[in-house]
Design a protein around this ligand. Sequence first.
Ligand code: PLP
Length: 171
Amino acid sequence: MNPHGFLLDPNIVFLNHGSYGACPGEVLEEYRRRQDDLERRPVELLGRRLGGLLAEARAALAGYVGARADDLVFVPNSTSGVNVVARSLGLAAGDEVLTTDEEYGACEAAWEHYGATLVRRPVDDLWSGLSARTRVVFASHVTSETARVLPISTAPATASPASCSTFVSCL
Ligand SMILES: Cc1ncc(COP(=O)(O)O)c(C=O)c1O
């Protein structure tokens, strides 16, 4: 195992964080344990224990991201999450989504599908794209192709117009 806990072959330098991203060994182990649990007693797990397990997971995640557990929902993947948010905002022609030039294509397509215009800026110059038409600032926490961790916690939320939401996609 490499020093970061991934099972990746130490003889390769793996750069594709996104599409074919690897999972840390510890996470994989827990994932497999849960799958085995499900296979052993499917009805008990899905019919009786699932609600409690999801609540437990939401509470743990809430502590990690600094949110209320009741405000969190799980989605199957990032693309679904972006679609849910984009659809719910009632975007109209002329609305802008300010984003970086390192975003994942399927997520960008979701904003356009629901009627917004993407305004792409380099990460270090993101805020130059802010305008009175900006409805959403959209960025990945970790970018797909470059695995760059964006400084999300330092985003100047106060710089945004009141009608603007911030959306961070975490893979
Ligand atoms: C930064 C980022 N966002 C979104 C996605 C899309 O993920 P998914 O196909 O699981 O929705 C990827 C996939 O590689 C990604 O790297």
